[in-house]
Design a binder for this molecule. Structure first.
Ligand code: TRP
Length: 451
């Protein structure tokens, strides 16, 4: 069983750490661009529906599995249903997903840290507006830059994990998450007060349902799961650290609200500025690294400061997510009996190795010619972890929860053994967990793979 010596100390700590996990690169560079691509406010509407009806259900599901079993994912499933130990495969599947996500995360975080450094030293502000595309391409193709920053970023992450759950993860999250909120609000104010900003808001909030295809709906569902860090066991690990007297419904609601708010605020910070500077809002990695520097340059003297703030924001958001990913893998190995610190170091070494391969897979990089099926390694990992693996993990988890695990155990855990009133349980369990979530996941997976 989870014990309070190794877990989080308070509900506030749980919310900060789990919101730190959820708020990441997915919110700040992926969400705004997906919104732009799939109909602005129409996308936002579907996203909110998915996040609150399916993402939050999964968040609570994973929290219950974690706190009730007191184990990391591999042992958590069999602990709750000993008759079939093979359910541990769901946990292992999640570990595989986390392993891949962390590698790609390290690569992108390395770029972000590099850009933060270059905005501090002034390199970035000395580039002409038409030079940023070339600069980015040269940066990712450089044989040493992406790797050096990747390793530095990983070292920060590892340090926090070596500090432990309370003195490392909880403390750092409690410090960084409020800073992150202030940073994103500052950037919003700046962006909204630029001349011509309203065009960016129109782009983000004008509902255009004609853009909302089936494919778009799937992309939005994938984004909702990825963004809440669910479907891969990470929240099972954090769930096992939740104090016994914390209210799981309340903490999950707060985490979801934080995640959604930061995503929307990031959109408000980015698009008005992009339009005000007359840039193309077409997104992806390019938006943040190739378009935003132009925006900052056009802000005049304070542009450099806003560039520093933005890349700091993105680095911090990525850091708390990377912490959660490394913790998940570390907790998994240490739950199997390995020394915790050794586990953290071993995982880091393996991630650095995979990360370097991924980092070198861009055009100009040493591994850019390795393109099985026409995609480079980065695109492969990105596709797998963004689109396919999380919904599969989420489906298996929710099926276990709704159809295999004992209903009484779930009720007990959600009500803190009868202390809390959970009158919403019927709707939650009988409708959302057993039917709505699995159906939505199956439909989207089938449609996603076969259309
Ligand atoms: N939620 C993170 C983001 O939005 C990414 C993520 C996906 C993640 N799965 C995770 C983070 C597991 C930590 C643990 O960027």
């Amino acid at each position: 069983m989870a014990n309070n010596k190794t877990g989080f100390t308070s509900s506030f700590g749980v919310v900060m750490a789990a919101a730190g996990s959820a708020v990441g690169l997915g919110n700040i560079w992926r969400f705004p661009y997906i919104c732009g691509q799939y109909g602005g406010a129409a996308c936002l509407f579907v996203y909110l529906l998915f996040v609150f009806l399916i993402g939050m259900v999964l968040l609570m599901t994973e929290f219950v599995i974690g706190r009730c079993s007191g184990h990391a994912p591999e042992k958590a499933f069999p602990a709750l249903y000993p008759k079939r130990p093979s359910w541990k495969l769901v946990g292992l599947f999640g570990m595989f997903t986390c392993f891949l996500i962390l590698a790609i995360y390290l690569v992108i975080s390395g770029w972000t840290l590099g850009y933060f450094w270059e905005s501090v030293t002034g390199t970035l502000s000395s580039i002409a507006n038409d030079g940023f595309k070339g600069h980015f391409e040269a940066f990712v193709a450089s044989p040493w830059k992406p790797v050096v920053f990747l390793v530095v970023f990983l070292a920060f992450t590892l340090l926090v994990i070596l500090g432990g759950v309370q003195k490392g993860i909880e403390k750092v999250s409690k410090l960084l998450m409020p800073i992150l909120l202030v940073l994103v609000l500052l950037l919003c104010v700046r962006s909204l007060t630029l001349p011509g900003a309203s065009k960016g808001l129109d782009y983000l909030f004008h509902p255009d349902f004609s853009q909302l295809t089936w494919k778009g709906i799937l992309a939005i569902l994938g984004q909702a799961l990825f963004s809440l860090s669910v479907g891969m066991g990470a929240m099972i690990v954090y769930g096992s650290y939740i104090p016994r007297d914390s209210n799981i419904l309340k903490t999950a609601t707060w985490i979801t609200v934080c995640d959604v708010s930061i995503a929307v605020l990031a959109g408000i910070a980015i698009f008005p500025a992009v339009f005000a500077a007359g840039q193309d809002p077409a997104g992806g990695p390019g938006l943040v690294y190739q378009v935003l520097p132009v925006v900052f340059n056009s802000m005049g003297t304070f542009g450099q400061i806003f560039a520093i703030l933005f890349f700091l924001l993105l680095s911090l958001a990525a850091l708390t997510s990377a912490i959660s990913l490394l913790e998940t893998l570390t907790a998994w190995l240490s739950d199997r009996g390995m020394n915790r610190k050794l586990a953290a170091v071993l995982v880091s070494v393996a991630e650095a190795a995979l990360g370097v391969f991924v980092a070198y897979s861009f055009s100009g990089g040493m591994l850019s010619h390795f393109t099985p099926g026409g995609m480079n390694l980065f695109d492969w990992v990105d596709k797998l972890t963004g689109a396919y693996l999380p919904p599969i993990g989420a489906l298996l988890t929710v099926l276990f929860f709704g159809w295999v695990m004992k209903k009484e155990d779930i009720y007990d855990e959600l009500s803190n053994h009868g202390v809390l009133k959970v009158s919403w349980f019927k709707v939650f369990y009988h409708i959302l967990v057993r039917f709505v979530a699995p159906a939505a996941l199956i439909i989207s997976l089938v449609a996603g793979i076969f259309t």
